[in-house]
Design a protein around this ligand. Structure first.
Ligand code: AMP
Length: 285
């Protein structure tokens, strides 16, 4: 595996692969790898000749009061894990390579970013994501890019950028990888002390409780949300949001009739965590 720092070096490596007719898969990450990241790399490895993983803690998607400075960073460990997954190129640029002096462009996806994490974290968050992902697509020009369903709204935002800007890349969303007790894997789980780690399991238990009432026939949004809300309350968690939204448009859903995204965000101990489940009802149910 090569570790590359410059756009020019990545372009040269990808150009060489392409001229041999090889396909290129890209996994964008901010590092601190866990099995969620590795699952994306595995999928990319299965489907492509050349696998590029980007490792860049993107400053523009963090708010002033967020955890940019504290975000876990261990490039040597990440490089070893990526190499063990058969990754070909780890692109780990300095911030100045991505945002040189004079950088002035911002990609804003209207509508989809007004809700959930866009509302909770502010517009800079998805603007930062959309802009850096578009740059990565321009640098690597992958055939396929892999994202985790853990960040369901991010997947929708990236798909919209690709559609609206006619980018020639297929977006593949991969399932959420969880710890044995159901906690969604996240680089931010390292912020949890033992008590908060135990408390954090309530997020997925809450979503499971909602999914259970849904599977038992509940279609009313408030009924579904209150099943989840009770589990959070019992665990002493006040969610930042707990919402049911259309899985494609993120419009609010009062009654589940198609695919709905049940999404939660909460501060637990020192971490801000997010999780989600998809609820799918047949349209004529
Ligand atoms: P991050 O490094 O947190 O920006 O994540 C990089 C990619 O890994 C994103 O597409 C995430 O959605 C994905 N990812 C993070 N956690 C998980 C998880 N538990 N399961 C699946 N994918 C994940």
């Amino acid at each position: 595996m090569k570790i590359l720092r410059t756009i020019a070096d990545v372009r040269a490596a990808v150009r060489e692969a392409r001229s041999d007719g090889r396909t290129v898969g890209l996994v964008p990450t901010m590092g601190a790898f866990h099995d969620g990241h590795l699952s994306l790399m595995r999928r990319a490895r299965e489907q492509n000749d050349l696998v590029v993983v980007s490792l860049f803690v993107n400053p523009t998607q963090f708010g002033a009061n967020e955890d940019l400075g504290a975000y876990p960073r261990d490039e040597a460990r990440d490089a070893a894990l990526a190499e063990a997954e058969g990754v070909d190129i780890l692109f780990a640029p300095p911030a100045s390579e991505i945002y040189p002096d004079g950088f002035a462009t911002n990609i804003h996806v209207a509508g989809l970013t007004d809700v959930l994490d866009g509302a909770a974290r502010g517009p800079h968050h998805f603007d930062g994501v959309a802009t850096v992902v578009t740059k990565l697509f321009g640098i690597v020009r992958p055939d396929v890019a892999y994202f985790g369903q853990k960040d369901a709204q991010q997947v929708l935002v990236v798909r919209r950028v690709v559609r609206d800007l006619d980018l020639d890349v297929r977006i593949e969303a991969c399932p959420i990888v969880r710890e044995a007790d159901g906690l969604a894997m996240s680089s931010r789980n390292v912020y949890l002390d033992a008590d908060a780690r135990a408390q954090a399991t309530a997020l997925n238990r809450a979503l499971d409780a909602a999914a259970s009432v849904f599977e038992a026939g509940e279609r009313d949004g408030d009924g579904i949300l209150s099943a989840a809300g009770r589990v959070l309350a019992d665990a002493g968690i006040t969610p930042e949001y707990l919402e049911l939204r259309d899985a494609m448009t993120l419009e609010p859903v009062a009654r589940v009739e198609g695919d709905a995204l049940l999404a939660v965000a909460a501060h637990v101990g020192a971490a801000r965590l997010i999780d989600n489940h998809l609820l799918s009802a047949p349209k004529d149910a």
